[in-house]
Design a protein around this ligand. Structure first.
Ligand code: ZN
Length: 244
């Protein structure tokens, strides 16, 4: 149960395979702190954490974790929770009064003060992984949400199906790979869309100066709902994005 000596706290969680019904235990980390937990960060990015493989049927599924990821170097906090709506986590992040047994000293409390950290709450493991991936690649998540909103419009037009969720899957050199989950109910269809990485620069140059500091409260729930509500893409020609 020690965390101060670099050994992360582990909680064993029971999960049920959605494919075959097998119930199995899985290690969960309620708190991941950078620097220190680099191995856990890597595991999230390469999907060996929170994406367990069933010991019986070998299918991979997604967990619904509750986890706080804190990057002390970049002053970022990402919370994943499966609670819907305006949860206690958003309220806690706004007040800076977050409880994950993570405040050990008075210095921490000062650091946690409102506006010091870029704070985000997400509702699923895909979005959680995406926030970490974006941070790793120094992408502004608000710009990415605007790109995704444009992409969604194109995908929906092309497939005639609503986009249930869309997220950056990977970046490789000059390409960005997005995954879109299509459909209004299960079974969902997964589609991969690639776009040139320099589209990000075009979006950033166009929209970043219209946004406030990423640490502000209004960006705590930066997601597709936020992107629509921002109104920034209104009357926008989605032709800036070239999917292949
Ligand atoms: Zn299974």
């Amino acid at each position: 149960m020690a965390e101060s000596n670099g050994i992360p706290k582990t909680v064993n969680m029971t999960t049920q395979c959605p494919f075959c019904g097998e119930v199995f235990e899985y290690p969960m980390y309620p708190e991941i702190v950078i620097p220190g937990d680099h191995k856990l960060k890597k595991k999230i990015l390469n999907k060996s954490l929170f994406f367990p493989t069933c010991p019986r049927c070998k299918e991979t599924s997604k967990l619904k974790p509750r986890c706080l990821y804190r990057n002390e170097t970049k002053k970022e906090m990402f919370v994943v929770t499966d609670e819907q709506g305006d949860t206690e986590f958003e309220v806690l992040l706004k007040s800076g009064n977050i409880h994950f047994n993570d405040i050990h000293t008075d210095d921490d409390i000062v650091d946690f003060m409102k506006g010091m950290y870029k704070r985000r709450v997400v509702r699923n493991v895909d979005s959680f992984r995406e926030k970490i991936l974006l941070s790793d690649n120094n992408y502004d998540d608000r710009i990415i949400e605007l790109m995704k909103l444009s992409l969604s419009g194109l995908i929906e037009k092309e497939n005639g199906e609503p986009v249930y969720r869309i997220f950056l899957e990977d970046t490789a050199g000059s390409r960005m790979m997005f995954t879109a989950i299509l459909g209004s109910h299960a079974p969902y269809e997964y589609v991969t869309i690639e776009t040139a990485a320099n589209v990000y620069n075009q979006y950033r140059d166009k929209y970043l100066h219209r946004l406030g500091r990423p640490e502000e409260d209004e960006y705590i729930a930066t997601d597709q709902k936020w992107a629509r509500k921002s109104g920034l893409l209104k009357d926008e020609d989605a032709g800036m994005i070239i999917p292949t």
